[in-house]
Each structure stands twice: as C-alpha cells, then as structure tokens.
Design a protein around this ligand. Structure first.
Ligand code: C2E
Ligand code: CA
Ligand code: CA
Length: 542
C-alpha cells in the first residue's frame, strides 16, 4: 500500500519537475520582467502552475526524506531482530541456531583454502553447583566472563557459540597436517577456564570438559556433515565427563559403539528391574584376630539374559545416572534382608550406598522402614559410604549418619584413601569403621608385606579410635602382613569369591550359623539360633 503510494508520489514529483522545467522556462522570465521592468503582465495560469509545481516538488522531496528515514529504521530493526535470533542474549556469542550455518560457512572457507575444521564442544564441570551455591547472577556472570576469555584466545576465523546452559561450541579451521594446533587451542581454553573468576564478593573456580572432532576424513570418500561433527564432539565430551572431568578427548570411532552399548545397558537395566534380574551376592568378612566369620558384604550382580552376569561397576553408574539407583538398591536390599535374617545373629550385613542415594533426605527413614518390614534388627546392618559422598553435602550426610546410628545402624567409610576426606571430616563425622581400599592392600603383595600407606591408614584409624577392615586380601603374603598389624578385619578372594544366597546358606549350615528364621516352612522362632562353637567357624579360614 505504502509502496503504491510512494510510486504515485514519485510519478507526481517527476511530472512536477518536468512541468516546472517547461512552465518555469516561460513563466519565470515573464514574472521577472513584470516585477522589475513593469513589462507585459505575466500569464497568471502559467504562474499558478509554476507555484503548484514548486509545492509539489517540496511535497515530493519531503516524502522522499520520510521514506528514507522509514527504510533506515526498518533495516535497523531487521538487523536487530536478526542479531537477536543469531546471538545468545547473555554472552553475545552465536547461539545454537546460528552455529550450524556458521559452521558450514567456516568449513566452506577452510576447504577452499585446503584446510580442515575442528569442532570443539565445551561443558563447564558442576556448573549446576556454581548456580546453586553462588546464585544465578554469579553463574551468569561466570558464563559471560568465560565467553570473553575464550574469545581472547580464538583464532580470527574461528566461531564461538553458546549452545545453551553451560555448553559452548567452537569451530575453527586448521591445516590438515598440523592437528596439534587444535590441541594447543584446547589447552589455552583450559588455561582460561582455570583462572579464578572474581565475581562480586566471591571467587569461583571452574574446570571444563572438552570433546573435539575434525572433518578431516579418516576413510577415503568419507563425507562428514556439520551435524555429524557436532554429534561426534558430543560423544568425545561425554567420554571426558565419564573419565572424571577437567579433561578433553578427540572423538574415536570406538566411542560410537560404546554409546550404543550404554543405550543397550539403559534399556536392559529398566527391563531387568521389572523382571527381577538383579541379585545380591555376598562376600565374607573375617576378624583376623579370632579368624571368625563376622559378616558379609552384599555385592550386586545382574543376571542379564542378553549380556550374562554383569558387574556392578558396569551397571551401578548407569543406574545412578538414569535415576534408578534408589529403586535398584531397594530391590536388592529387600532380598538381602530376607537372606540375612536366616544367618546367625552375630553376623552382620554390609551394604554399599551410592552418593546419589544419600541426596534423598528421606533415605534414613526409607531404610529403617525396610528393616522394620523385614523384621531385621538394625544393629546387624552396616552401610558403606564412599568418600565422594562427603564433598557433596556434608551437613546432610552428617545428619543422615547420625539418625541411622541413633537407630543402631553402623556406618563405615568405604574405599578409604581414594577420595579427599579431610582429617576434620574424619574426626567429626561419626563413622564406625574405615575400609582400606583394595588398591592400597595390593601394595602389600608387591612389596612383600610392607606399605607405608597401609601403615599410615592403620595408625590414623587407631588415632581416631576407628576399627579398620582391609579389602582385597588375595594371598598369604597380604594376610600375614595384615595379621601382624593386629586388630583388623579383612575380606577378599583368599576367602573365596562373592557367593549367591544359596551358597552362603550352605556354608552357614555347615558352620552351624544358620537360624530357622525367615523360612515360612520352618519354625519362625527368633530365639532358636542353632548353637555353634567358635572352632566350627574357624575351620573354614586360614
Ligand atoms: P567395593 O565396595 O569396594 O566392593 C569390593 C569389590 O572388590 C567387589 O567387586 C568385590 O568382588 C571385589 N573384591 C573382593 N575381594 C577382592 C580381591 O581379593 N581382589 C580383587 N581384585 N577384588 C576383590 P564388585 O562386586 O565388582 O563390586 C564393585 C563395586 O561396586 C563395589 O566396590 C561397590 O562400590 C559397588 N557396588 C557393589 N554392589 C553395590 C550395591 O548394591 N550398591 C551400590 N551403590 N554399589 C555397589
Ligand atoms: Ca564396599
Ligand atoms: Ca572398595
């Protein structure tokens, strides 16, 4: 509509100019001679036409100026809208949507120069914690600052995008025969991230994980799309996260199959939970002073119809990640409490508790409820938590431990020495026991029974009045060394591999350590513990 009007205005203005030239040529000399020399009277019609022409030209000119201003304004607004759509409003770098075309552009330019491009995906470790602890404003400021620092070290042709949350991506060209240039850049990114962030009264330290990939084909004829690049960088970053953060990986084809396997695991775990495929196994725990069997540690196993027997080291981390660890643990625990109810009252049951479970404020209550339902006395239960639980939320862990201990449940610190618990935590958290990690116990074999670390942990435990269990006792050398130290408990393959509930039952029956509780067909009298003699226990163990 305006366009039509504008055309009309343009035509009128042009016509006016033509008329002005024609009529002006006649009317102006007439008007001048009438005015100055009182000559012939000027032609009024011609004069009016001339004035009208002038008015029209002024009108046209003004309209032209308005039009230009309007167009400029519209172009500016369009440019702003385009920028808003392309840029991340917080950091001002590219956003997820604009990164794909930007990648294609960088790639096309790089290929034209005979170069390849590298695509890096960057994720800030534990960014959620930064947000939770210091607030969202501090979190946002950290992201802006991080973005600024990344920009500082990027080569000119590189592009940086914030894909969302705490995830960034970089695409950069590099010479095919110099991939170390990409490593250099990534190292500089790490350096930038590691400088503490001074934000408004707080100083934040952050680490990042980076996944890197390149479009330099490894196979002849291989065509790598921008989408594949992003997907591969994502897989490499996932690997970096899995390996423990603050590191970077280049994509390797094996990561793809690994990810596929992980998906299979996820599906399998969900199905396995429904079909009751998870089963508790038990590992004996021995008092080295007396040689007595004193209890069992429950170790989860997965009898998968597709994969066979699966180790907890494979499925526990996945169950944790997909939010099924609580359900899994409850299922195993339910079974273990039934199994252990049949054992002699003197035998304890130890269970491993994941840090993820401890985040549930109702964990202690749920555990106690399970024990009540299974009629299992709390004093026979020992839970094992690892040091990694302690740096998540010490306050909550402390109150959880206290409430469990008030009910009679014992709490041990598992895998001691592999994490970062401070002396202060050890002193103030009410643990009942320390378990020395099997990696340290293995040192005893290599160095013929001597290990400074084991010595140190044992004396630390003594100093804090904490009893100690050594795990991973595999042979006589280790056993002899541990016995020498005195007062320890031990567990490990020297006493046999973890066994099924049935195997344990048989073992205990032979040792006279099986009660008749828990079996509906037998007498369910909790006081009818079969009498047993100490030597009966000892005959099984060296
Ligand atoms: P952990 O608590 O340190 O358990 C001891 C692990 O060492 C067990 O492996 C056990 O089979 C193994 N082991 C025992 N004696 C020896 C030995 O003499 N030499 C060697 N080399 N290894 C020995 P497993 O059963 O594969 O369990 C691995 C880890 O999985 C456990 O380490 C524990 O952290 C976790 N886990 C097992 N069951 C559960 C569970 O029900 N819940 C949770 N959250 N974690 C569990
Ligand atoms: Ca354990
Ligand atoms: Ca351990």
């Amino acid at each position: 509509m305006t366009a039509e009007r504008d055309v009309i205005v343009l035509v009128i203005t042009l016509a006016a100019i033509v008329l002005f030239v024609v009529s002006g040529g006649l009317a102006v000399p007439q008007a001048v001679s009438e005015f100055f020399f009182a000559g012939h009277k000027a032609d009024n019609v011609l004069l009016s036409a001339l004035l009208l022409n002038i008015a029209l030209i002024i009108f046209g000119w003004r309209r032209y100026r308005e039009l230009r201003a309007e167009i400029e304004q519209r172009t500016r607004a369009e440019e702003q809208a385009r920028l808003l759509a392309e840029l991340d409003p917080l950091t001002g770098c590219l956003n997820r949507r604009s990164m794909a075309p930007a990648t294609e552009k960088v790639r096309a330019a790089a290929h034209a120069r005979g170069q390849a491009v590298a695509y890096c995906l960057i994720d800030v470790d534990h960014f959620k914690q930064i947000n939770d602890v210091y607030g969202h404003v501090a979190g946002d400021n950290a992201l802006v600052e991080l973005c600024r620092r990344f920009h500082k070290v990027l080569p000119e042709e590189a592009r940086l995008a914030r894909l969302g949350g705490d995830e960034f991506a970089i695409v950069m060209p590099y010479d095919r025969d110099r991939p170390e240039r990409v490593d250099d850049l990534v190292i500089r990114l790490f350096e930038q991230a590691s400088i503490p962030f001074d934000l408004d009264r707080v100083t934040i330290e952050a680490t990042i994980c980076v996944g890197v990939t390149s479009d330099d084909p490894t196979e002849p004829g291989e065509e790598i799309s921008a989408e594949t690049l992003m997907h591969r960088a994502d897989m490499a970053m996932y690997e970096a996260k899995k390996q423990g953060r603050n590191r970077y990986f280049w994509f390797e084809p094996s990561m793809e199959s690994e990810l596929r396997f992980r998906n299979e695991l996820e599906i399998g775990i969900r199905r396995g939970l429904q079909n009751g495929e998870f089963e508790p196994f038990y590992e004996q725990q021995i008092d080295l002073e007396s040689g007595d069997l004193v209890g069992f540690e429950m170790l989860a196993r997965w009898r998968s119809p597709q994969l066979g027997m699966v180790s907890p080291e494979t499925f526990i981390p996945v169950a944790e990640e997909i939010g099924l660890i609580n359900e899994l643990s409850e299922q195993l625990m339910k079974q273990a409490l039934v199994d252990a109810r049949e054992w002699d009252d003197s035998l304890s049951l130890s269970v491993n508790i994941s840090p993820v479970q401890l985040r549930d404020p109702w964990f202690a209550q749920k555990l106690l409820k399970q024990m009540v339902a299974a009629k299992f006395p709390p004093y026979r239960l020992e839970i094992e938590i690892t040091e990694s639980c302690l740096h998540e939320n010490v306050g909550m862990v402390r109150s959880m431990i206290t409430s469990l201990r008030n009910q009679g449940v014992k709490v041990s610190l598992d895998d001691f020495g592999t994490g970062y618990s401070s002396f202060e935590q050890l002193r103030t958290l009410p643990f009942d026991r320390l378990k020395i990690d099997r990696s340290f116990i293995a040192e005893l074999r290599q160095s013929e029974g001597r290990s400074r670390i084991v010595d140190a942990i044992v004396s630390l435990g003594r100093g804090l009045n904490l009893p100690i269990t050594a795990e991973g006792v595999e042979d006589e050398t280790i056993l002899a060394a541990l016995k020498d130290m005195g007062g320890l408990k031990a567990q490990g393959y020297i006493y046999g591999k973890p066994e099924t509930a049935d195997q344990v039952r048989q073992r205990l029956r032979l040792a006279g350590l099986l009660t008749e509780r828990g079996h509906p067909l037998r007498r369910s009298d909790s006081t009818s513990t079969a009498p047993h003699e100490d030597h009966q226990r000892r005959i099984f163990y060296p």
